[in-house]
Design a protein around this ligand. Sequence first.
Ligand SMILES: C[S@@+](CC[C@H](N)C(=O)[O-])C[C@H]1O[C@@H](n2cnc3c(N)ncnc32)[C@H](O)[C@@H]1O
Length: 229
Amino acid sequence: MTKLTPRLNAIANMIDPCNVLADVGCDHGYISLFVLQNWKANRVLCIDISLKSLEKTIKLLKRNKVDDQAIFYNCDGLKGVKQKPDQILIAGMGGTEIINILYEYSQRTSLDSIETLIIQPMRDEYAVRKWLNDNGFVIVSDRVVKDKKLYHLIKAHRGQQQLNEHQLMFGAIEVDYYNKDYLLWLREYEEKCVRILSNAHGQIAVTQSVRGTLNKIRNQIKLVEEKLC
Ligand SMILES: C[S@@+](CC[C@H](N)C(=O)[O-])C[C@H]1O[C@@H](n2cnc3c(N)ncnc32)[C@H](O)[C@@H]1O
């Protein structure tokens, strides 16, 4: 069995047992393999826009003799996919790209057929939360995972919720804040804002907005530090 990196391991642990899982942007195929070897899905739709990437998944699943439970698609998002997945994983892409894939899918198929979404955006996690909030999903887990970098990992079920601005910015689930990886992310975010401010050269609009964000981040850091000690 392949040893998963901390990021892939966290993703794998979030997957619910299901009938059909779509692994959009499957690339190396490690998650598809994990899902099939651990009987987490009856079938996996392995999808990648790059044929070269998809071939890595095909090879891996064949080598491990689980390819008969997979369907391979060389396409953009879910555009060429015929089956309706009940769980969709999209990891390692930008948040806007992920939203586009889900939006395109929603134009052809009701989102009601999706029970679970697992999303690991490389950036724009605010936009991902907002899209989920506005399109009938409830975020049930919203964590930061440390690997070579810090990654956001969001899991959602079909349902309604009303996230406020603070939740969109800092995460939907409060209990998921209280750990060291989340604190590291907050500190990185703080540093980024400080850098922007020092390069803003007095541009008032930038300075005011970033100062506001910085205050919110520092309050959040205080809250998490208090919980952790
Ligand atoms: C950085 S890799 C992430 C691989 C894996 N999901 C992970 O998290 O380790 C991104 C993969 O998504 C694929 N990809 C990017 N845009 C895509 C799209 N619109 N539809 C399907 N696959 C896409 C890329 O070809 C690449 O293989």
